[in-house]
Design a protein around this ligand. Structure first.
Ligand code: PEP
Length: 253
C-alpha cells in the first residue's frame, strides 16, 4: 500500500525559536499516523538538527532537507552535500522545487545528479515537477511533466525508483492562492502514474506516492486528497500555520 504523505515546506521562513514553536504545536496535536500515513517537515538547513531532536520520539514524522548539492564534496562554498545530511540522520530531501529550478537554474540534468546522490546515501528524494502557466494554457502539460520525469528519474533502476516520492506542483498554483481543481490534479497524477507504469510496470506505479502541491489549505485538502491518484500534499504557505497544517494532516486518506 502506498504512503499518504503531508509534507510541509517552510521555505526561507521562521527563526529557530519560531520554527520550534510551530513544530511543537503541530506534533502535540491529536492525530493518528498509521504505517501508511507520514508527515514530512522540509526545514531550513540550520534547524535540521534541533527540529530532529523535537520529533525523535514520534513515529512516521521525518525532518526533511529542502535541497542538496549536486556535488559530493569540496570547494563549493555555501553548498550542503547529501553525506552531510546523512551524517545528521536526514532521510528525505526535496529535489527540484520550482523555486530552485527558476531562481537557481536547476535543470533536469542537474536534478538527475541530485537524485542519484540522494539515493546513494539512502535519502529518499521528494522529486518536484510541474508546468508553468504558459504550458498549461497551451495544453501541453502532460508532455512537459513527462519530460521532467524522463530526464531526471528514468535512468534509475526499478529498485531505486521505489525510494522516490513525486510531488506534482503546477507552478501557476504555487503561492498564488489559485489551486488546481481536484479533477485537474487527478488527471495529471493519473498521467504520471501511467508514465511510471510504462517505464517500470504497474506494481511500482501503484506503490509510488504522488503528492499534489499548489495552494493546499485546510479547507481544500480533503477534496484534493480524496482523488484516487493523489497521495497527500506538499504544502508551503499553509504549513506555516499550525491549525492549517494539522487540518491538512487529518485530511490524509
Ligand atoms: C510549495 O512551496 O511547494 C507550495 C506548494 O507552496 P504553496 O502551498 O504556498 O502554494
Amino acid at each position: 500500500m502506498r504512503k499518504q504523505i503531508a509534507a510541509a515546506n517552510w521555505k526561507m521562513n521562521k527563526t529557530l525559536a519560531e520554527g520550534k514553536e510551530l513544530l511543537s504545536e503541530i506534533i502535540s496535536a491529536d492525530f493518528q499516523l498509521t504505517e501508511s500515513r507520514h508527515v514530512l517537515f522540509a526545514i531550513p538547513f540550520p534547524y535540521l538538527t534541533a527540529t530532529s531532536e523535537l520529533i525523535k520520539a514520534k513515529t512516521n514524522m521525518h525532518i526533511t532537507a529542502q535541497n542538496c548539492s549536486n556535488k559530493t564534496s569540496g570547494a563549493y562554498t555555501g553548498e550542503v552535500s547529501v553525506s552531510m545530511l546523512k551524517s545528521i540522520d536526514i532521510n528525505y530531501c526535496l529535489v527540484g522545487h520550482s523555486e530552485r529550478r527558476e531562481y537557481f537554474a536547476e535543470s533536469n540534468a542537474i536534478l538527475a545528479e541530485k537524485v542519484n546522490l540522494c539515493l546513494a546515501e539512502s535519502i529518499s528524494p521528494v522529486f518536484c515537477c510541474g508546468e508553468p502557466l504558459s504550458v498549461r494554457d497551451a495544453a501541453t502539460q502532460n508532455e512537459f511533466v513527462e519530460l521532467q520525469l524522463k530526464e531526471s528519474l528514468f535512468h534509475l533502476s526499478a529498485d531505486q525508483i521505489k525510494n522516490v516520492i513525486i510531488a506534482y506542483e503546477p507552478i501557476w498554483a504555487i503561492g498564488t492562492g489559485r489551486t488546481a481543481s481536484a479533477e485537474q490534479a487527478q488527471e495529471m497524477h493519473a498521467h504520471i502514474r501511467s508514465v511510471i507504469a510504462n517505464q517500470y510496470g504497474a506494481d511500482i506505479a501503484e506503490n509510488t506516492s504522488i503528492l499534489y502541491g499548489g495552494s493546499v489549505k485546510g479547507s481544500n485538502a480533503s477534496e484534493i486528497f480524496s482523488m484516487p491518484d493523489v497521495d497527500g500534499g506538499l504544502v508551503g504557505g499553509a504549513s506555516l500555520v499550525a491549525t492549517e497544517f494539522i487540518q491538512i494532516i487529518n485530511a490524509l486518506k
